[in-house]
Design a protein around this ligand. Structure first.
Ligand code: FAD
Length: 389
C-alpha cells in the first residue's frame, strides 16, 4: 500500500484561491490595525471571506457551503493562518454553528446557522471564569429559569471578541445541588442587551480579550443549546472543534521571515548568515518541527473525512504546534542577538519584530483551548490508557 502525503488537486486549487484572496484583502492597513488594536477580527475582511466562499467551504451545500472535504478546507485554512489573517471571530462562530448543527434544535439550525454562515453575526465563547479555567466544569455563572426565559448572573474571563459579537456561547450553572459536571447548561446569549458589561483585557502580546459581566441578563429558552443540565455533553463536542483547528501557520510565517533574514544579512566579517552553521541548524530544526505540526493537523482532517470528530488527535496537534512555536520564537530571538528583542516600530527590528512578538503571542496559544498541561493529561489518559489525572 502506498502512503500519499499530498493533499490532492482540490486542495491545491482552494489553496491558490486563498492566496489570491489574501493578497487582495489582507492589506498592510489591516495588519497595522490588528497590531494596534489587538483585535483578530475585522468585519470587512470577514464579509469578503463569506462573499468569496472562504468562510465555510466544508459545510454542506444546503447550508450555503460547498461540501468540500476536510483536507481541501485545511489547505485553505493553512494559508489563512500562515498569512496571520484575522480569523478568530470566524473560527469561534463556525465552532458554535457546528455545535448547533450537531446538537441544536431545528429552529436554531434554521435561524442561527444561516446568519452565522452569511457573515451577519459572530459568536464568541464564554466558558472560562476567574475560578474555572482548566477545570471549566466548576463554572458558577448562574442561570435560573423564569417561565420561558432564563435569568443569568455571573462573570466570565477571556471572552475574546465579545466587543464585536452578537452572541456568546455561555456555559452556566443551572443546578448547584448535583456533581459539577451534571449541573451545567449552555445558552446562546445575545450580547447587545442591558445587563451585559464588557471590559477589555490585553494579554502580554497586546491581544485584546475581555472580562464579561452578566447582571439579570435574560435569554429565551429557545436559545438553550442541548438539554437542561446537559451542558457538559455540549461542551465536549464544542471543545473537540476548538482543538482541531489548523496548526503551524504562525511558525511557517516566522520561518519564512527568518529565511529571508538569513539570505539577506551578513556577519561582521561579511559572510552571509545563510552560510553560518548555527543559523542553518536553527532553521532546519524549525522546518522539521513545522512539518510535524502540519502532518498532525492533516491527520485531524483525515479523521474528519472518515466521518468522525478528531479527539485526542486534536490535542496532540494543538500541543505540539503551540509548544513548537514557543521554542522556535525563543530560539530565533536568540539567533538574532540584541536585535531579536526589538519590537515592531523600531527601525532596527528584524522583520517587524516577528520573533519577539510571536514569543509573547505563543504564551496565549499554549493556554487557550486547554493548556499544554491539560492536553498532555488527555493524551496520557486516552493514548496510553493511564488512569484519569
Ligand atoms: C489569549 C486568550 C484568549 C482566550 N479566549 C477565550 C475565550 O474566547 N473564551 C473562553 O471561555 N476562554 C478563553 N480563554 C481562556 C482559556 O481557555 C483559559 O485561560 C485556559 O483554559 C486556562 O484556564 P486558567 O487561565 O484559569 O488557568 P488555570 O486553569 O488556573 O491554570 C493555571 C496553571 O495550572 C495548570 N493546571 C491547572 N489544572 C491542572 C491539572 N489538572 N493538571 C496539571 N496542570 C494544571 C495549567 O496548565 C496552568 O499552567 C483565553 C485565554 C487566553 C490566554
Amino acid at each position: 500500500m502506498t502512503m500519499d502525503f499530498r493533499l490532492g488537486e482540490g486542495s491545491d486549487a482552494l489553496r491558490d484561491e486563498a492566496r489570491r484572496f489574501l493578497d487582495e484583502q489582507l492589506t498592510d492597513d489591516l495588519r497595522e490595525q490588528m497590531h494596534r488594536t489587538g483585535v483578530h477580527h475585522d468585519w470587512d475582511f470577514h464579509k469578503a471571506r463569506v462573499e468569496s466562499g472562504m468562510l465555510a467551504p466544508g459545510w454542506p451545500v444546503e447550508y450555503g457551503g460547498q461540501g468540500r472535504d476536510a483536507l481541501e478546507v485545511l489547505a485553505m485554512a493553512e494559508e489563512f493562518q500562515t498569512a496571520g489573517a484575522p480569523t478568530y471571530g470566524g473560527s469561534t462562530t463556525l465552532m458554535v454553528a457546528n455545535v448547533i448543527r450537531h446538537m441544536g434544535t431545528e429552529e436554531q439550525k434554521r435561524l442561527i446557522v444561516p446568519q452565522a454562515l452569511s457573515g451577519e453575526i459572530i459568536i464568541v465563547l464564554g466558558f472560562t471564569e476567574p475560578e474555572a479555567g482548566s477545570d471549566v466544569a466548576a463554572a458558577q455563572a448562574r442561570a435560573v429559569r423564569d417561565g420561558d426565559e432564563w435569568v443569568i448572573n455571573g462573570q466570565k474571563m477571556f471572552t475574546t471578541n465579545a466587543q464585536e459579537a452578537d452572541y456568546v456561547f455561555l456555559l452556566t450553572r443551572t443546578n448547584p445541588e448535583v456533581a459539577k459536571h451534571k449541573g451545567l447548561t449552555t445558552f446562546l446569549v445575545p450580547l447587545r442587551q442591558p445587563g451585559v458589561e464588557i471590559q477589555p483585557v490585553f494579554t502580554v502580546s497586546g491581544e485584546r480579550t475581555n472580562l464579561t459581566f452578566y447582571s439579570d441578563v435574560r435569554v429565551d429558552d429557545s436559545l438553550r443549546i442541548g438539554e437542561v443540565d446537559g451542558g457538559w455533553e455540549v461542551m465536549t463536542v464544542g471543545l473537540t472543534f476548538e482543538r482541531s483547528l489548523p496548526q503551524g501557520g504562525d511558525s511557517r510565517r516566522l520561518l519564512r521571515a527568518m529565511e529571508r533574514w538569513a539570505l539577506t544579512s551578513v556577519d561582521d566579517a561579511g559572510r552571509p548568515k545563510s552560510e553560518d552553521a548555527d543559523v542553518r541548524a536553527r532553521l532546519g530544526r524549525a522546518a522539521a518541527e513545522i512539518e510535524v505540526s502540519t502532518l498532525l493537523a492533516r491527520r485531524c482532517a483525515w479523521v474528519q473525512n472518515s466521518g468522525t470528530l478528531p479527539g485526542v488527535e486534536g490535542s496532540m496537534a494543538k500541543l505540539f504546534a503551540t509548544e513548537a512555536l514557543t521554542r522556535q520564537s525563543a530560539d530565533f530571538m536568540d539567533m538574532l542577538g540584541p536585535d531579536g528583542i526589538r519590537a515592531d516600530g523600531d527601525p532596527a527590528a528584524v522583520a517587524h519584530g516577528i520573533a519577539e512578538y510571536l514569543y509573547r503571542f505563543a504564551l496565549g496559544t499554549t493556554t487557550y483551548g486547554g493548556t499544554s498541561e491539560i492536553q498532555r493529561n488527555i493524551i496520557a489518559q486516552r493514548v496510553l490508557g493511564l488512569p484519569r489525572g
